[in-house]
Write a protein that binds this ligand. Sequence first.
Ligand code: FAD
Ligand code: NA7
Length: 457
Amino acid sequence: MSKKRVAIIGAGPSGLAQLRAFEAAKKQGLEVPEVVCFEKQSNWGGMWNFSWRTGVGKYGEPAHGSMYKYLWSNGPKECLEFSDYSFDEHFKKPISSYPPRPVLFDYIQGRIKKNNVRDYIRFNTTVRWINYNEDTKKFKIVLDNLKIDKTYSEEFDYLVVASGHFSTPNMPYFTGIEEFTGQVMHAHDFRGADPYKDQNLLIIGSSYSAEDIGVQCHKHGAKSVTLSYRSKPIGVNWPEGITEVPLLKYFKGDTAFFKDGTSQKFDAVIMCTGYQHKFPFLPDELRLKTKNNLYPDHLYKGIFFNDTPNLIYLGMQDQYYTFNMFDAQAWVARDFIMDRYKIPTKAERRLDINKWLVENERLKSSHDHVDFQTAYIKELLALSDYPGFDVDKVAEMFKEWLKDKDENILTYRDKTFKSVVTGTMAETHHTEWMDELDDSKERYLFEDQKEKALEEK
Ligand code: FAD
Ligand code: NA7
């Protein structure tokens, strides 16, 4: 009998987790299916693979990246640590709790390089379209090899969609915006704070992107940052130079008018208004339709598409937990594909989904959100042999992180946490975050040694 074939779309942290899950099974001596991962970019890492490009990539595909220069982890690294590949194993020394993007990218790559999975990835390959045949139970995938400009198709028994959901902007309209005299763009196209030095900047939105881009621009010399919220303000203790105002009503020339009757002139506007779950390669009946939330409907255990469970979605939730959640999901998906984990009937699956949806509706505070996702992770961990970790301790760290941000949004990244994987206490970074303008791996990892060597000379 020929081997089952599994297609994975995307070689970001979720797709790589899936590859790693199969490698782990192979190392245990189990026979694994044939796995092929399709990645439209020329390298792995998804969001963490920084690109200066905006608009389209080299081959005219929509640019995936939304990350920017000077991006530092927005939560403690101890909350996302792989439980089968610790920070200690990778860096060989304790590092701080909030590393910059290149350092986390290095960590992601470390685990994957240790397992020879690069061979399973077809880079520069876009998944263009998918059809599912109900009779043969196979997915026909139409692919574009971007480098040689060639379209072809292949058939698979399982499809894992790991294409991310923070890439297609949600871009609202505001009256008069077309006449605004400065630059208007979405956070997806933000590539660093430098252009906003000495500018008066308006940011629309009150979630992670608004908070972080606002703080980055303040740090790198914006004259003022004004955050405009729709539902509720972020409400932390903002430093002088950053203010929050209610929602923007309209623009007139370079002036923005807000709901509370105030107005102000601005040089630039950044819409930090979130992203759309967008799957242009999937037909209606296979497409996940959801807003960004902690439990998207139609996904049993947060991953199996209920109408067609051979279709698996990874990482589609709003995220407190990231890398370790993708791992926990990928391990369960692997066991289902390898017939080691059985799922109940469609009706039973629906009841289970509904239970989570009802619970999700009840959540009020950020602490409730953390507890909800923690319960979800625990459920996943019980279903596979992904190495367990102290999820309750991680939940405590998330709550500590929320408190730290409330107290001082400019210094929370100077705090340190203890790993639940190794017990190692993080180091204090050699430079306070507000004074650290260089986010390179070299400076982050080796600057203190360089300084010590100079002192000793
Ligand atoms: P992605 O990383 O988005 O990867 C998806 C991959 O799929 C990409 O490589 C893409 O090229 C590929 N792809 C998409 N469509 C196709 C197609 N049709 N054909 C072939 N390939 C395709 N998380 C944290 O833990 N800490 C942080 O500090 C943090 N900061 C963030 C900051 C920003 C600005 C953003 C946008 C996200 C941040 N995140 C952070 C969350 C981040 O999204 C996750 O950490 C992680 O990258 C999600 O992994 P993923 O594999 O699900 O998706
Ligand atoms: P989020 O977390 O989905 O937040 C989107 C924000 O945009 C949220 O504050 C919304 O306000 C706001 N929004 C959406 N539509 C509008 C309109 N029409 N007008 C005003 N405000 C609006 O996206 P982020 O980009 O912040 O974060 C995504 C990821 O990037 C995250 O995982 C980080 O790690 C980095 P609401 O509260 O709904 O009223």
